[in-house]
Design a protein around this ligand. Structure first.
Ligand SMILES: [Zn+2]
Length: 201
């Protein structure tokens, strides 16, 4: 296990990873899980420590259905211009919460807003963390309709894509609708859904 930043997987194979940030949420995450189960596909959820601690039963449900869990910081505060103490605490506290909920194996990290400064990178390097960013982010939280989210994702869809959507942090009803439409469409284009660890292995 070594520090590395990933924005996509192998660009030659028609595999992609669907990832969700900022949850888990008792309504939106559960609805997304239903869509994923309908198509028997696996995804990766980058949860905040705060939400994971509050909805630990939901984290267990995500794992039990075969999906992966990643660390998206504890509080979702920006990691820019922070002290080393703050950064280590945000990452380690969340890892501990996740391990206590029975998340197994290496826990990948995704910084809030996908942003890290020199200090944050240094801290993560020392922790030998794998950082998972993305190359397909439709900014679903700014989209006015599920169709817009679907269009944006499909336009940028390529082998190895890491797609990021949001299952928490606000009203994600249209993201839930977008997932329902996106999954069958991506499958019909011949892509396979992988978890992040499968995509980057
Ligand atoms: Zn986030």
């Amino acid at each position: 296990m070594a520090y590395k930043i990933y924005r996509h997987g192998n660009r030659k194979e028609k595999n992609i990873a669907l990832t969700f940030d900022d949850g888990p949420h008792p309504l939106f995450t559960v609805n997304i899980l239903k869509s994923l189960a309908d198509h028997n596909i696996k995804a990766t959820f980058f949860v905040t420590g705060k939400e994971a601690r509050e909805h630990s039963e939901l984290v267990r449900k995500i794992i039990s259905e075969g999906h992966e869990i990643g660390n998206h910081s504890f509080s979702h505060k920006s990691m820019i211009f922070r002290s080393i103490f703050f950064l280590i605490n945000e990452i380690e506290k969340t890892d501990k919460i996740l391990k206590d909920i029975d998340v197994k194996g290496e826990i990948y990290f995704r910084p809030p807003y996908g942003r890290m400064d020199f200090i944050a990178r240094m801290v993560l390097r020392k922790m030998r963390k794998k950082i998972i960013l993305w190359n397909n982010g439709p900014k679903d939280f700014k989209c006015s309709s599920s169709e817009k989210i679907v269009d944006k994702v499909l336009k940028k869809l390529k082998p190895g894509s890491i797609i990021v959507l949001h299952d928490g942090g606000g009203d994600r009803s249209i993201t839930v609708q977008a997932v329902e439409k996106l999954v069958p469409e991506i499958l019909s284009r011949g892509y396979q859904f992988k978890t992040v660890s499968e995509l980057i292995s």
